[in-house]
Design a protein around this ligand. Structure first.
Ligand code: AMP
Ligand code: ZN
Length: 115
């Protein structure tokens, strides 16, 4: 499949791995917008949050379980943010479901800025 993140999972495109299990893969974002900026993705191809269904939703819980574990192991105690962009208005650029994990600085909040 011609999908950037499927190719990263397959090892065809290099990435800096943060975590991996049977269901998900996590790696450093190539263009970080916070001191810590990781991407957590399902190993199965799901195009985005709008394509989550009762049949494939289990992996979303697996990913959040992994996020809780990895942030705790990294010693992130002052908080983190999880974002998924879905579709054009949200600025989704890679059509494979992914959760940005941002941490390492205080973050404001607006529809325009993730940080
Ligand atoms: P989004 O804009 O929400 O679809 O997020 C896509 C993210 O993927 C962006 O933050 C990019 O910086 C990141 N990205 C794109 N290509 C790569 C890559 N080869 N390795 C790591 N992160 C990437
Ligand atoms: Zn994919």
């Amino acid at each position: 499949m011609d999908c950037l993140f499927c190719k990263i999972i397959a090892g065809e495109i290099p990435s800096t791995k943060v975590y991996e299990d049977e269901y998900c893969y996590a790696f450093k974002d190539i263009n970080p917008i916070a001191p810590i900026h990781w991407l957590f993705i399902p190993k199965t191809h799901i195009s985005g949050a709008s394509a989550v269904t009762a049949e494939n939703a289990d992996v979303v819980g697996r990913i959040f379980t992994a996020i809780a574990k990895v942030t705790a192991e990294a010693g992130i105690t002052s908080g983190f943010r999880v974002i998924t962009n879905c579709g054009e208005d949200a600025g989704q650029t890679v059509p494979h479901l992914h959760f940005h994990v941002l941490a390492g600085q205080p973050m404001g909040w607006s529809a325009e800025s993730g940080v």
